[in-house]
Design a protein around this ligand. Structure first.
Ligand code: C5P
Length: 236
């Protein structure tokens, strides 16, 4: 039996169940995990999540919860019931909110307890944007500090850029799960991603899992593309 542990999380940035299920037919839980974000979840809801979980996929529910602690506690509890593998909150929701999220995960009755991670500063937010929010630290320092607070709250890790992964590994060591988007296999189009890294380089930089969307979802042969990426990780 294969013990391969897929590091690629395919971003299912589709707008309908039909498109999503058609794509999913071309891949399998042995070669990738899946990410459902706000667009697909808002269009298709929890039924699609349950369906993909039922097909054996590890699903990362990327809804970046950010609300009052009680609401986030209840939302995380509901996400646990869907059988997801991982979910996230927004660290800017603060310590009490993250503790409430962690409490929901810790008290879930489902057998498959999801991993809980946080987003710190969105990569679309630059220094000016951060300052406008009243945060007068550098982006880097804010990422480091919000990661520290997330880990203190008992969260399992962070979504971050591969560049930040390198910095966070130095600061917090090997334990945190670091999930990194902005990944492009060599030769793939960068699309709208500004700072990209290859899968192998991102793993070397400290990523635990790689979020990859369009290079796989828009590929004529997603399974072959995943095989190529997985091979590039084995041979590093
Ligand atoms: O198609 P692509 O590989 O660029 O998709 C990347 C995925 O990762 C998208 O779902 C996008 O929303 C998500 N993401 C990102 N950058 C972040 C956080 C999430 O690209 N900083």
């Amino acid at each position: 039996m294969s013990t391969f542990d897929p590091k690629v999380i395919v971003a299912l940035d589709f707008s309908s169940s039909e498109q999503t299920l058609k794509f999913v037919e071309s891949v399998s839980p042995e070669i990738c995990r899946l990410k459902i974000g706000k667009e697909l979840f808002t269009s298709c809801g929890p039924e699609l999540v349950k369906k993909l979980v039922g097909q054996g996929f590890d699903v990362f529910l990327d809804l970046k919860f950010h609300d009052i602690p009680n609401t986030v506690n209840k939302a995380v509890a509901a996400a646990c019931q869907l059988g997801v593998w991982m979910l996230n909150v927004h660290a800017l929701g603060g310590r009490e909110m993250m503790l409430a999220a962690k409490e929901a995960v810790d008290s879930t009755t489902v057998s498959k307890v999801p991993k809980l991670i946080a987003v710190s500063v969105l990569t679309s937010t630059n220094q000016k944007g951060l300052n406008e929010l009243g945060i007068n630290k550098t982006v880097q320092q804010t990422v480091i500090d919000l990661t520290g607070m997330s880990l203190e709250c008992g969260l399992d890790g962070m979504v971050c850029s591969a560049k930040e992964a390198e910095m966070l590994r130095k600061e917090y060591g090997p334990s945190p799960i670091l999930v990194t988007p902005g990944i492009r296999p060599s030769g793939a189009a960068s699309n709208d991603q500004q700072r990209i890294m290859t899968p192998a380089k991102a793993m070397l930089s400290g990523s635990s899992y790689l979020v990859i969307g369009r290079p796989i979802t828009l590929n004529d042969n997603p399974q072959e593309e995943l095989r190529r990426i997985n091979d590039s990780l084995k041979h590093r």
